[in-house]
Design a protein around this ligand. Structure first.
Ligand SMILES: [Zn+2]
Length: 494
């Protein structure tokens, strides 16, 4: 409700909803805190709502309360004489709700993945808005752990179904991957906050990865059916959440559908950012925006066929000539770095490099924190053309991900690909993708709402090595839109 109220105020300027949220938040401020009632919420989420209210109103009591709730966590253990009455005691572990130690001492992502993601997003808010160095250190450690040990190639998190939880380091099963849609949304919320805190493109790389893959897979192409779980492999028969094979129109615990409904309309807010006299182009989408830079209003727009094509035309329109730095993100996938860690790597180096032209002139890319930085006195109509080559690439996992030993995944641009039975003579689980098999990409406006399809000519199933076979791949996010069937993301290389 706090987030909705802040968004409503931002969009309309009306305080009608905001004032209701403020009365509610003021009640909490008077009820909870040092010298008042001490407790913390079972499911983290109010922390990010309170931070939004703080940003909308400037009232520091809301940020302080968010920090208080975070600081209370991990201080009352179940069974301790100080433990508050705990409605979640049914779960046998404090880890489940990130209550196993104080948040500032946590350095490994454990427990329920959605709760963790919301908590980390709240910690990043408190770190960034309050400027607490110990919070910044804690949230950076947790990020290293998630991105280095516990993130699927789709950007999804939460390996275990049993308690909807993170697994151990490198425990990333494909068939039973839980990777709840809400955890993917939480991942995006968290990465965006870390970008705003640190200004590094690494976070936008993860945001983009989850947005185009493990988050978007949570909704059908027509927007009427949803996945709660987002596995990376399917036999087309095993039931997922609530006994459903494939996507469902609703769930008994219906967190994921409205989370998609919340996230998708917010996507425009992730495209651009500004800091002092720097303008960031983080995501590539046909779009237009205005920003205040160096005391002037600057328009910025993009035209692009991304993610299918890697050419992006950016036009800047300052109201009068203005000096500022334009930071154009060069995605990790175009810099030989599929993830900002050693969890994933490309099998082969690409010979094609990104390039940048300013007003038609080739300009060397000066990378700073993952962005090409161009500082100049910009005038109305200046044009920047970014070219990101999009060869089809093979991705390998860290050797400790035993599930993916001897296997490769396929990526083109920011999109992870999968094979579905329907495109592969009914079967996907018997496919082999040998390293030598050449890829071709083919625009298919008629298929799955319009996608780039990828084909490879490869060896056949392990049982019948004689017959060569074509492997047909489609973007992972679009799977399970044509009925139930086999699907896989990681392919044996031999
Ligand atoms: Zn959910």
């Amino acid at each position: 409700m706090y987030e909705a109220a802040a968004a409503h105020f931002q969009a309309t300027g009306s305080r009608a909803f905001l004032d209701i949220a403020i009365r509610n938040a003021d009640l909490l401020v008077h009820t909870f805190g040092p010298g008042r009632r001490r407790a913390f919420p079972g499911h983290q989420e109010i922390e990010i709502g309170l931070s939004k209210l703080y940003r909308a109103t400037g009232n520091a009591a809301y940020l302080d309360l968010a920090k208080f709730f975070l600081d209370e966590r991990g201080r009352y253990f179940q069974g301790s004489p100080h433990a508050p009455e705990d409605p979640f005691a049914v779960y046998d572990s404090d880890e489940y709700m990130q209550n196993h130690k104080p948040v500032l001492a946590q350095d490994e992502a454990v427990g329920h993945a959605v709760r963790a993601m919301y908590m980390y997003a709240g910690m990043a808010d408190v770190a960034a808005l309050g400027g607490y160095p110990d919070y910044i250190r804690a949230i950076d450690r947790l990020w290293e752990n998630v991105v280095g040990r516990k993130m699927y190639i789709t950007g999804g998190v939460g390996a275990r179904a049993g308690s909807e939880a993170f697994g151990d380091a490198y425990e990333l099963p494909n068939r039973t991957a839980y990777t709840e849609t809400c955890a993917a949304v939480g991942q995006a919320l968290w990465q965006q906050r870390l970008f705003l805190l640190h200004g590094r493109a690494d976070y936008v790389d993860v945001l983009e990865r989850v947005m185009y893959n493990g988050l978007l897979s949570g909704v059908s192409l027509d927007g009427t059916a949803f996945f709660y779980q987002n596995p990376l492999e399917s036999d087309g028969r095993t039931a997922l959440y609530q006994g459903q094979v494939g996507r469902a129109p609703w769930f008994e615990v219906s967190c994921c559908p409205p989370n998609i409904a919340r996230f998708l309309p917010s996507v425009p807010g992730y495209i651009y950012a500004r800091r002092d006299d720097a303008l960031f182009v983080n995501l590539f989408m046909t779009s237009a925006a205005k920003a205040e830079l160096a005391g002037r209003t600057v328009g910025v727009s993009q035209e692009t066929g991304y993610p299918w094509e890697g050419t992006v035309l950016i036009v800047v329109d300052p109201e009068e000539p203005t000096e500022f730095a334009l930071h154009v993100r060069i995605p990790g996938w175009a810099r030989e770095q599929p993830a900002p860690s050693d969890l994933y790597r490309f099998l082969d180096a690409s010979t094609e490099k990104p390039s940048l032209r300013v007003n038609g002139r080739e300009t060397p890319i000066e990378l700073r924190d993952g962005c090409a930085v161009v500082r100049r006195r910009w005038i109305k109509g200046d044009r920047i053309e970014l070219r990101l080559p999009m060869p089809v690439r093979r991705v390998l996992s860290h050797p400790l991900v035993t599930e993916n030993a001897g296997k490769a995944a396929v990526q083109r641009g920011p999109l992870v690909y999968c094979a579905e039975g329907i495109d592969n003579v009914g079967r996907a689980l018997d496919l082999v993708l040998s390293d030598g098999a050449a890829f071709t990409a083919e625009a298919r406006p008629d298929l799955l709402g319009g996608v780039m399809m990828v084909r490879a000519r490869t060896a056949a199933s392990s049982g019948n090595a004689a017959a060569a076979r074509e492997v047909v791949l489609v973007p992972y996010y679009a799977w399970a839109n044509r009925g139930a069937g086999e699907m896989r993301v990681w392919f044996p290389r031999s």
